[in-house]
Design a binder for this molecule. Structure first.
Ligand SMILES: Nc1c(NC[C@H](O)[C@H](O)[C@H](O)CO)[nH]c(=O)[nH]c1=O
Ligand SMILES: CC(=O)[C@@H](O)COP(=O)(O)O
Length: 181
């Protein structure tokens, strides 16, 4: 990947095309467009099918992913956006709450690559969003693809039982059939 200064894993190979949803917050449109370009290029290199939806800001990205994880049929998700520090502490809220929510969903087994930039100024964002630069969008797509590959690897070992979402992700009223449900 152009511009990378760290070790990058080779993209996983898939027997069947993974279905990826890119959720992008175009709060800074040019930055978001570059992140999406980088993510799409990596996804297509891996043979993934890609859908894209937009939300207003980074705080809405995890919510959209949580909804899609329960209501749609994607193998993984790419979170894209850009948060630039302003005058108040709102920057900390947007950064911390969006990243924490994505991490918690990841710990619940949802395959998510986080490409939400958290930067001090627009220049820092430009360098990181540039597909020919640090290509953080491509990196986020690659992360999601690696997690999908692991999920499929271990699902095969559990004879297709796959991942059972935790209680927090069970739709209201749905039971798992246990007596205590
Ligand atoms: N300041 C930035 C925001 N702020 C908006 C929030 O993400 C959210 O949409 C709003 O609080 C309504 O819930 N969003 C970004 O993506 N980037 C920013 O720099
Ligand atoms: C990251 C933000 O929420 C920030 O852009 C908002 O700017 P401000 O802190 O000046 O209100």
């Amino acid at each position: 990947m152009a511009g990378a200064s760290h070790y990058i894993l080779d993209l996983p190979k898939f027997d069947s095309a993974p279905r990826l949803l890119i959720v992008v917050a175009p709060y800074y449109k040019m930055i978001a467009d570059n992140l999406v370009s980088g993510a799409k290029a990596v996804a297509e290199d891996a043979g993934a099918k890609v859908d894209i939806v937009e939300v207003p800001g980074a705080l809405e990205v995890p919510t959209a992913i949580a909804m899609a994880a329960r209501m749609a049929d994607y193998d993984g998700f790419v979170a894209l956006g850009c948060v630039i520090r302003g005058e108040t502490t709102h920057y900390d809220t947007v950064c911390n709450d969006s990243s924490r929510a994505l991490t918690l969903m990841g710990l619940d087994g949802i395959c998510i690559g986080n490409g939400i930039l958290t930067v001090e100024n627009h220049m820092q964002a430009e360098v990181r969003a540039d597909p020919k630069g640090q290509n953080k969008g491509g990196g986020a797509a690659a992360a999601a693809l690696h997690l999908i590959s692991l999920s499929r690897k271990w699902a095969r070992r559990t004879k297709g039982i796959g991942f059972k979402p935790s209680e927090s992700f069970r739709i209201a009223g749905e039971t798992d059939g246990s007596k205590n449900a």
